[in-house]
Design a protein around this ligand. Structure first.
Ligand code: PRT
Ligand code: MG
Length: 211
């Protein structure tokens, strides 16, 4: 049995056509059903539905051989025990620094100001600002980062931006791109050795479906 870990929402929705291209069709829809394990048209493949941030953990420990996770999530996880053989090119967005519309970020950085930055992506933010030599106090949040600068909790946020509508609706502007983000197919390293005969064809058909 091969277990594929997916999160519901955009990762599930955008992986579905690739799975179909790979000849794998999940039975059931995680949006409408409460089932956490979905069978597929293939008796040897099943899908488990977990939180987006938990996908690398399931694959790292081999509870799932395969998974689909955003680069944002993988960078925070660290990627231990995982291969990342394929950029699926789905769930695309950008990791950005954003500030209130009236805030002069460049000038604050130039003056060497110490900035309070709120984010869910503490590792990513720490590396980014360290590489730029910008002094920051990082404040870990689990959601609604946009609220932090509006309430005085932080000067800036690090968050994912897709259309930019969320920033605009909250009077914020993106001032710096940290990295482009897309979802990756991930594989448990040990499983790829032990179950290569079963896993490699699935990887190959994913690669073909991406092309
Ligand atoms: O939402 P939930 O708390 O359940 O979990 P999650 O946010 O971890 O999962 P989900 O399904 O929202 O995101 C899964 C993956 O999709 C992320 O790990 C990213 O790799 C990818 N992705 C692509 C995005 C976006 N685009 C995106 N726009 N993830 C989140 N967003 C959010 C962003 O954080 C911000 O709040 O959408 C808002 C901005 O969108 P725009 O279009 O207004 O700019
Ligand atoms: Mg979300």
């Amino acid at each position: 049995m091969i277990t594929l870990a997916l999160s519901k929402g955009r990762i599930f929705d955008e992986t579905l056509p690739l799975l179909k291209g790979a000849g794998i069709v999940p039975r059931g829809d995680p949006e409408s059903s409460r089932k956490l394990i979905l069978r597929t048209n293939r008796r040897d493949v099943r899908v488990v539905i977990v939180r987006a941030t938990d996908v690398p953990t399931y694959v790292q420990y081999g509870a799932a051989e395969l998974g689909v996770a955003g680069k944002d999530v993988l960078d925070e996880h660290g990627g231990q025990g995982l291969y990342q053989p394929l950029d699926l090119g789905i769930a695309r967005c950008r990791m950005m620094v954003a500030v209130p519309v009236g805030f002069n970020y460049r000038e604050a950085v130039r003056q060497g100001a110490r900035l309070k930055v709120a984010t869910k992506y503490v590792q990513t933010a720490r590396e980014h600002f360290a590489a730029k030599g910008v002094h920051v106090d990082l404040i870990k949040l689990y959601g609604s980062m946009e609220l932090a600068p509006l309430t005085g909790l932080a000067d800036a946020i690090v968050d994912l931006v897709s259309t930019g509508n969320t920033l605009r609706a909250n009077n914020l502007k993106a001032v710096e791109e940290i990295a482009p983000v897309s979802a990756r197919l991930i594989v448990n390293q040990a499983a790829l050795k032990v179950k290569r005969v079963a896993i490699q064809p699935v990887l190959d058909s994913f690669a073909a479906a991406v092309r």
